[in-house]
Design a protein around this ligand. Structure first.
Ligand code: SAH
Length: 359
């Protein structure tokens, strides 16, 4: 990263920089390198965005920082809670006015944040609302990370903290690879949010080169792959990405990820009634994945407008699970949280024309 002497006109955005880069930045504006490390704790661990609150910095240092730097602070413009209060959808406004959503899910002592990686999504999976927006832009590493920092700040007011992160919000994380990986490393930072790699899961549509690259990254994050069908013909109908990377390529990549990282891969499977939820589908699924050490995550489809699908009735779901269980596969059903507030998987869709009021 080039660290040029910043002028008033072009201040350096600090959120998203690694500790080493913050040290270099401090030096570049005439401060000691350890000032960079102090800033790490303030912006990443405590979530401070105002230099005046950085009380272990002298007034002169704070003044220099104000002249030369900014700290991103995503604004929560709406917060919607599910009836049981266990799911909270937060709508964040980015500096350019675009909006993304994050979803906080509370389950016992677990606090999981579902984070967005892009504004919209370039893929067009037929069952998902986000794809209908198209891709508006990638999020920066700072914008990905700040969803987590902002929610941690909200939780800390109640004496709580985040325990898990899933990169399963708006967008395809592996199509914004560099920023997503940088954000994950920052989430994991000891002097920052310190979320363990084992508590971070990245969900991909099945972008094979991205999976193989991630396998070499040395990150050891959990990987979830949206399989969603058991034949190429069927998968292509709902996910056009399958033309590029068919099921066999995807399974090979999953196998490689497992071998390189030692982590069990999760296959996500959205259940669409009458399309991919029959006992035959379940049996084909068993055959596909039985040689890979994996978990299956079944997601009964969450309704979105004008999509030609139905959520399966409970007996279909139960039968599907039973067939997987009989084959000794680990399968769980994800009854999406917050369906009634459109915060379930695939329902995250910003209505740009009608900003929502706080609920
Ligand atoms: N682009 C990534 C992450 C976002 S989608 C991916 O494709 O994995 C996160 C998960 O939600 C995916 O498994 C996707 O298949 C699923 N999903 C999308 N729309 C859904 C819907 N309407 N109902 C249930 N699950 C859905």
């Amino acid at each position: 990263m080039d660290l040029v002497e910043p002028t008033g006109a072009s201040r350096m955005e600090l959120k998203g920089l690694f500790p080493r880069e913050l040290e270099d930045f401090a030096v570049s504006i005439g401060l000691e390198p350890y000032r960079g490390r102090q800033i790490v704790a303030w912006i990443y661990r405590r979530g401070t965005t105002n230099f005046d609150e950085m009380t272990d910095l002298s007034k002169v240092v704070r003044g220099r920082l104000k002249e030369c730097a900014t700290v991103l602070d995503l604004r929560a413009v709406a917060e919607v809670r599910s009836e049981d209060g266990h799911t909270v959808k937060v709508l964040f406004e980015l500096p350019d006015g675009q909006r993304v959503e994050s979803v906080l899910m509370v389950e016992g002592r677990r606090r999981t944040l579902c984070v967005s990686s892009q504004v919209g999504c370039p893929l067009d999976c037929g069952f998902c609302a986000t794809g209908r927006m198209g891709l508006l832009r990638d999020l920066t590493a700072g914008e990905i990370l700040d969803q987590l920092i902002a929610v941690r700040r909200m939780l800390s007011a109640k004496g709580e903290d985040l325990t898990n992160v899933v990169m399963m919000g708006m967008g395809e994380p592996l199509l914004n690879y560099d920023n997503v990986v940088r954000a994950i490393r920052l989430m994991n930072l000891d002097y920052g949010p310190a979320i363990g790699m084992r508590r971070i899961t990245l969900s991909t549509v099945g972008h094979v080169p991205g999976i193989l690259r991630l396998a070499e990254e040395g990150l050891k994050v959990g990987l979830a792959i949206s399989l969603n069908a058991t034949t190429d013909a069927q998968r292509t109908q709902i996910m056009s990405i399958n033309r590029k990377w068919p099921i066999s390529a995807l399974l090979d990549a999953a196998h490689t990820y497992r071998q390189k990282t030692g982590r069990r891969v999760t296959f996500e499977y959205v259940l669409l009634h009458g399309f991919n939820d029959t006992p035959d589908d379940a049996r084909r699924l068993v055959k596909l994945v039985r040689n890979i050490s994996c978990k299956i995550n079944l997601i009964p489809w969450n309704p979105i407008h004008n999509a030609p699908f139905l959520r399966p009735p409970q007996p279909c779901i139960d039968r599907f699970v039973e067939i997987l269980a009989d084959a000794y596969l680990t399968a769980t059903v994800r009854y999406s949280k917050g369906v009634e507030i459109a915060a379930g998987c695939g329902q995250l869709y910003q209505d740009v024309s009608a900003p929502q009021a706080s609920a």
